[in-house]
Design a protein around this ligand. Structure first.
Ligand code: NAD
Length: 279
């Protein structure tokens, strides 16, 4: 019997489990095992991408889990080099073969890649896939307000989510304000700051006050902020630790202290406006 876990209602009416399991940098040969471990612990939402080269392992774990399909929420993302209307449609088919799925829960444009000038055509293909019932929800990742404005203006279809870099050192308050106005759900990538924040003294103090670990305190912060979050680990004890966050909350003092960790130089990953790498 799975743990009762919170969901976030998306602007298209679908619900997404708020806590998931991310598999960036999980080697292809280890993915089925790690995802199987996560599903065994109770995770029901998996975040992968074509560019992670491990969709096949996710598919194997899903098949082995033998759960009713509606119990699992699977996200994948279109790789930058596959943008464009026709190539999006064929790349989607390739993902579905690897994942072994008939219908995908969430498909994201991984990065806008402004230089390629293809993200709007790409979004039109996403709208078609959703119209055909092959994917339930469509969204974007690493989109700035001008990128969003463009795709919404061209199609009238508002993405269900924007997956963005978000952790205590880079809290994205301004962009979150813009997304909130359009009812676009926010997903936090690198929620632990790629592990950097688990040794931060402010986080350590908050965690020990609650008798929890620093990773649990950070994940709880994302949940309390209404964000969708999917920490990554391949270590079974940490996979379990990161899911054991449903029986405590942070107080106002903790929230103030974490808010103060926001840092104008805290960004770890690339700036989407200039990220044009094809992978
Ligand atoms: P993360 O913030 O989840 O940190 C992961 C690292 O933190 C691990 O490698 C490990 O070193 C450490 N860690 C994990 N659990 C721990 C624990 N309990 N105690 C101590 N250390 C722990 O970083 P991430 O993997 O970059 O991000 C999570 C997910 O976000 C990815 O797997 C992927 O699904 C997604 N992501 C998306 C994008 C994008 O462009 N859309 C970019 C990066 C990541």
């Amino acid at each position: 019997m799975a743990v009762q876990q919170p969901t976030v209602k998306l602007n298209d009416g679908n619900a997404i489990p708020q806590l998931g399991f991310g598999v960036w940098q999980v080697p292809a040969e280890d993915t089925a095992k790690a995802v199987g471990e996560a599903i065994g612990i109770g995770y029901r939402h998996i975040d992968t991408a074509q560019g992670y080269e491990n969709e096949k392992g996710v598919g194997e774990a899903v098949e082995r889990a033998e759960l009713p399909r509606e119990e699992l929420f699977i996200t994948t993302k279109l790789r930058n080099g596959k943008q464009g209307y026709d190539s999006t449609l064929s790349a989607f088919d390739a993902s579905m073969r690897k994942l072994g799925l008939e219908v995908l829960d969430l498909f994201l444009i991984h990065w806008p890649v402004p230089e390629a000038k293809l993200y709007s055509e790409t979004w039109k293909a996403f709208v078609r896939l959703q119209g055909e019932g092959r994917v339930k929800s469509i969204g974007v990742s690493n989109f700035n307000p001008d990128h969003l404005e463009r795709i919404i203006g061209d199609t009238g279809v508002v993405p269900a989510v924007n997956q963005i870099e978000l952790h205590p050192g880079w809290q994205q308050r301004k962009l979150r304000g813009v997304l909130g106005e359009q009812n676009i759900a926010v997903e936090s990538w690198s929620p632990l700051g790629q592990g950097n924040f688990v040794t931060h003294p402010v986080i350590e103090a908050i965690a020990s006050k609650h008798g929890r670990t620093p990773a649990q305190a950070i994940i709880r912060w994302h949940l309390d902020e209404g964000l969708i979050v999917f920490p990554k680990s391949v270590t079974p004890s940490r996979i379990a630790e990161n899911f054991d966050v449903f029986d405590f909350t942070l107080d106002e003092d903790d929230k103030r202290k974490i808010a103060a960790l926001d840092n104008p130089n805290g960004k770890i990953g690339p700036e989407p406006a200039v990220m044009n790498v094809q992978f």
